[in-house]
Design a protein around this ligand. Structure first.
Ligand code: HEM
Length: 419
């Protein structure tokens, strides 16, 4: 019998309010005060284990120890994820579905995406030059919606783009919301799922013919482990699992613009054209700014880690933001310093803005390469290909709202193409 200790425990009936008040810093604050990478609390009326840091991430991504079934709250399934999607699968069913996602992330697929992204930036910049002022967040979402649909092979008419952008945006903007914003997200999801389900049926009836290797083509014809096509609803949820997060890259585009504005010395370093530094800058934007706060799972079967008991079924949260700001891993974690990636050891558990571990065996974000490619094109445009003015505005961002977006949504003026 191994010796076990009592896990540091936050006393009280429920801590959901503190969680909502402290947002991205909730777990990091307690990890500091308990001097422990793991602690127990109560959230939404149930016992929950919170953990963060490299070793904790490694344990969390051990599929023998944790599973995703019944982990995400219903309200998140109804807005952000959708039902029966890859996020809530485990074991073989998960790896088989995940292979479907990863099959579109080939070097050729990513090259195609880069070309589509550049073309859409050209079109958008042409439009922005004619405008008095541009709200970068809104424009980037619409541009990302067009890029996502084109890359995924989803036919969308020009006059449908605004509505679709709004709906896809509402799904991630409402993920943590309660009240009217939550309902807006739910309605948006229902609308887009219905529309996408009809498109899937049309593909199967030969009325819509997406290019091979696009998400729409692959997912429409994907067969599960029993050899059956996915039902149209599930296939729709999975195509939306490509479109929705691609639109969410608009948040990172905003943070790139913000970093260029706040750190002019970084702008100078980037202007030398060093591609490696551009890559490090993109990594630092993903590390530094708050985006996806944590991921959830349930203990699959009882185990002991570091002397602490993990009881089967316990809800467990892995702190993504806190791991990316962990002083044990990152020197001066609250400083924006792309250079740190020159010496980063490259562990899949220390830098986890989009989850950690393995893409195929675990739940690490399927779209991490997509995100980085799109961010690099965005950086190139904001740095080298356009000039713009940044008028006075509220550029602060919340450490509580999830996701967090600069409050002014980044207003720019006098946009001119330079290259
Ligand atoms: C916008 C920036 C993005 C962020 C911050 C982000 C973050 C994440 C996170 C934290 C997870 C969960 C990891 C886990 O459960 O352990 C995830 C999963 C996922 N992401 Fe992303 N993501 C982004 C972009 C994308 C893009 C562009 C795509 C698709 C092209 C995508 C597709 C997915 C899918 C399909 C999953 C589920 C993977 C699984 O359960 O196995 N994401 N993402």
């Amino acid at each position: 019998m191994s010796n076990t200790n009592q896990m540091p425990q936050e006393k009280g009936i429920d801590h959901t309010l503190s969680f909502m008040r402290e947002g991205y810093l909730y777990m990091l604050n307690r990890r500091k005060s308990f001097n422990s990478d793991v602690f127990e609390t109560r959230l939404l009326g149930q016992k929950a284990i919170c953990m963060g840091g490299k070793e904790a991430a490694e344990v969390f991504y051990d599929s023998e120890k944790f599973q995703r079934k019944d982990a995400a709250p219903n309200r998140v399934m109804q807005t952000l994820f959708g039902k029966n999607g890859v996020q809530a699968l485990d074991g073989q069913a998960h790896s088989h579905r995940k292979e479907m996602f990863m099959s579109i992330m080939s070097p050729e697929g990513l090259k195609k995406l880069t070309n589509i992204t550049k073309k859409q930036w050209e079109i958008a910049v042409g439009k922005w030059e004619q405008m008095d002022a541009v709200i970068l967040y809104d424009e980037a979402k619409e541009m990302m919606c067009k890029i996502a649909c084109q890359w995924a092979g989803v036919p969308v008419q020009e006059d449908e783009v605004q509505r679709l952008t709004k709906d896809l945006g509402a799904m991630f903007e409402s993920a943590a919301a309660i009240g009217p914003a939550h309902w807006l997200g739910r309605k948006a999801r229902n609308r887009v799922e219905k529309w996408m389900g009809e498109i899937i049926e049309k593909v199967r009836d030969g009325k819509v013919n997406p290019t091979e290797n696009t998400a729409l083509h692959r997912f429409s014809w994907h067969r599960d482990l029993q050899g059956n096509l996915l039902d149209a609803e599930t296939a729709a949820v999975e195509v939306i699992n490509i479109l929705r997060p691609m639109v969410a890259i608009a948040i990172f585009i905003n943070f790139i613009a913000l970093a260029l504005h706040h750190y002019p010395e970084e702008r100078k370093k980037l202007e030398t054209g060093d591609e490696k530094y551009a890559q490090m800058f993109v990594q630092e934007v993903r590390r530094y700014y708050p985006f996806f706060p944590f991921v959830v799972a349930r203990v699959k079967k009882y185990f002991i880690w570091n002397g602490y008991k993990f009881e089967e079924g316990t809800l467990t949260l892995l702190d993504l933001y806190g791991t990316n700001h962990d002083p044990e891993i990152w020197e001066n974690p609250d400083m924006f310093n792309p250079g740190r990636f020159g010496i980063w050891e490259g562990s899949p558990f220390s830098f986890i803005p989009q989850g950690g571990g393995d893409y195929f065996l675990g739940h690490r974000c399927a779209g991490e390469w997509v995100t980085m490619e799109v961010m690099k094109v965005g950086l190139d445009y904001l740095l080298n290909r356009i000039e713009y003015e940044v008028p006075d505005q509220d550029l602060s961002f919340s450490m509580v709202n999830m996701p967090s977006i600069p409050r002014s949504k980044f207003l720019i003026k006098e946009i001119k193409k330079t290259m």
